[in-house]
Write a protein that binds this ligand. Structure first.
Ligand SMILES: N[C@@H](CCC(=O)N[C@@H](CS)C(=O)NCC(=O)O)C(=O)O
Ligand SMILES: [Zn+2]
Ligand SMILES: [Zn+2]
Length: 192
């Protein structure tokens, strides 16, 4: 059976003083490399159909980093945007398909943050990077063919690993999104 993700349930804890590092695609030759000059934040499992997942994993593990902390440091010419119409412009290696970073260019609460996968570092994401904090878009795996009757096992697996599950994002992130929306509409703290 497919696992949730190799980083889930492994007991790994990140180093709060982690300074960043390099992420590389899976190509044996001329891998695309990005260098992050800080740790990531909001690392989480994502069950959506758009985020890159390793083989045999039901979930992606994806985090954010300020875009100014990310630089493409090798083989940038191999990057392609997977779906130019998506909010998150996921830049993938055209040869191995791995997503190196996702960037938002439109007006959006998460504009300025790039989406990255710490497992692309040498230590498979266990070399100091923040550990996954929660699981989001859990029900979305059903859209990709997962049996709805087996969802309790999936949610229980995250629970065993100490992670809360959500069918969108965590309360902290949903509050950030709603705050952005209220600020844009002018209703922020004006009525309640
Ligand atoms: N149920 C949908 C959810 C897609 C979705 O909304 N994904 C979230 C989490 S990554 C998102 O922010 N998507 C924006 C985007 O993909 O550009 C799916 O699985 O495709
Ligand atoms: Zn590659
Ligand atoms: Zn996703």
């Amino acid at each position: 059976m497919a696992s949730l993700h190799p980083l889930i349930g492994s007991g790994y804890k990140g180093n709060p003083n982690h300074a960043g590092g390099k992420l590389s695609c899976h190509c044996k030759q001329n891998p695309v490399e990005v260098t992050l000059s800080s740790d990531v934040a909001f690392n989480h499992a994502c069950g959506c159909s758009k985020c890159w997942k390793p083989a045999n994993a039901l979930f992606s593990v994806v985090a954010v980093v300020p875009r100014e902390k990310l630089a493409v440091t090798a083989n940038a010419s191999k990057l392609r945007v997977v779906d130019p119409s998506a909010v998150i412009q996921r830049n993938a290696c055209k040869d191995c398909g791995v997503h190196l970073f996702g960037r938002i260019e439109v007006d959006h609460p998460f504009k300025g943050l790039d989406f990255v996968h710490t497992e692309l570092s040498q230590g498979a994401g266990k070399d100091g990077w923040q550990e996954p904090q929660f699981a989001g878009f859990v029900s979305s795996i059903i859209e990709q063919g997962y049996d709805p009757e087996k969802m309790p096992e999936v949610r229980n697996g995250f629970k065993q690993a100490g992670l809360e599950t959500y069918d969108c994002l965590s309360p902290a992130l949903m509050d950030l999104i709603a705050t952005f929306t209220a600020q844009k509409s002018g209703t922020f703290k004006s009525k309640l």
